[in-house]
Design a protein. Structure first.
Length: 86
């Protein structure tokens, strides 16, 4: 899955920016690598799991998290700070 996702970022943003987002180079200073954001995102988006059938929960939660990360690569770190969870 990670290689597939990396290619998706490369198609959407171009190879250079796609690599920077995927590997977290672009946001390392802020402490928000892709892997960390995805982990936080899945944990956060589980609150919506009741909206999906049991067979599609994991897939949909991951999709929601990826959509937020695509919009803002540091989305979940910023959300955590806003909620007061330094």
């Amino acid at each position: 899955m990670p290689l597939k996702l990396k290619r998706k970022f490369e198609r959407e943003y171009g190879k250079e920016k796609g690599d920077r987002i995927f590997y977290g180079w672009e946001n390392k200073k802020k402490g928000c690598s892709f892997k960390r954001q995805l982990k936080l995102g899945i944990k956060t988006e589980k609150e919506h799991s009741h909206l999906f059938s049991p067979s599609k929960r994991k897939k949909m939660i991951r999709k929601i998290a990826l959509d937020h990360i695509k919009e803002n690569p540091c989305y979940y770190s910023e959300l955590k700070k806003m909620k007061g969870g330094h």
